[in-house]
Design a binder for this molecule. Structure first.
Ligand code: B1M
Length: 212
């Protein structure tokens, strides 16, 4: 059991007040910030992802845990900018062109942030050009696209083509997901990865970047 087990437990339960207090007291006690993140917060989100993927936890509880994690992150985020924490990789995420559904995409983004990735969230209705420009600008490791409409899935292929045309397809991994998206579709459009839910998306992102 880690020294941050009360923090981990509070995040899993979605108990914002306790989790924030535990984070603050760990910081006040001089705990290593990377440890608070890895052993306290990320450990909690790993478990939440696992419980969600195996049907032991549902969307509202997962959102609550993700929100709890985000509130704790506010306390330690400034230290990221000061370079005291290592981001696991840079992910540019968005819902594809002409698609306004963002609940699932937000969940994926929150879980990925919870897993220690640096997230640039472009929001909804993101054009292939915008995905490409932002990926170039931030030096993204992964472009992550969400689509909830069968009519907007082709925009995923077009985004991959735009990355290709911009000459960065070999520098960036592409991950896709969303209710109508399938593993077959991912292979068809030559995406690097597909994930059916937010918990699996984190596992897939780690796998893409060779993080164990
Ligand atoms: Co829309 N809608 N909607 N809608 N809507 C669906 C998707 C639909 C299935 C409803 C239905 O007909 N049964 C249907 C799509 C049919 C299809 O094409 N297959 C539909 C339709 C038709 C429409 C409109 C066209 C309706 C209309 O106006 N005639 C319209 C389109 C607007 C547009 O986008 N241009 C529309 C509008 C809307 C609202 C704006 C009202 C609202 C969206 C609000 C918002 O997101 N801010 C809405 C909603 C809420 C839904 C439903 C009810 C719920 C979607 C949702 O949030 N699910 C949906 C029906 C349904 O799914 N039961 C429906 C919860 C969310 C947590 O799950 O998004 O699947 P999900 O995300 C999951 C996974 O898919 C995965 O992880 C998430 C967490 O586990 N995942 C990824 C998602 N992205 C991922 C990315 C990854 C990896 C995993 O890697 C990058």
């Amino acid at each position: 059991m880690s020294e941050f087990s009360s923090l981990t437990e509070a995040v899993i339960k979605g108990d914002i007040q306790t989790a924030v207090a535990e984070t603050q007291s760990a910081l006040d006690a001089g705990s290593n910030v990377q440890d608070i993140l890895d052993k306290g917060l990320i450990a909690a989100m790993d478990e939440v992802g696992e419980k969600f993927s195996t049907g032991q936890m549902f969307v509202p509880q997962m959102l609550r845990s993700a929100k709890t994690m985000q509130e704790c992150m506010k306390l330690i985020k400034a230290l990221f900018q000061e370079g005291q924490l290592r981001a696991k990789g840079k992910i540019v995420i968005g819902t594809v062109r002409q698609d306004l559904h963002d609940i699932g995409k937000n969940l994926v983004a929150m879980m990925m942030e919870g897993a220690g990735f640096s997230i640039t969230d472009l929001g909804v209705d993101v054009s292939p050009k915008d995905f490409t420009q932002k990926a170039q600008e931030v030096g993204a490791d992964i472009v992550a696209m969400s689509a909830l409409l069968s009519t907007t899935m082709p925009a995923m292929r077009e985004t991959i083509e735009a990355l290709q045309e911009a000459g960065i397809r070999d520098k960036v991994k592409v991950m896709i997901g969303g209710a109508p998206v399938t593993e077959n579709f991912a292979s068809e459009i030559k995406a690097d990865s597909y994930a059916p839910d937010a918990g699996s998306a984190v596992i897939a992102a780690k796998k893409l970047l060779g993080i164990t």
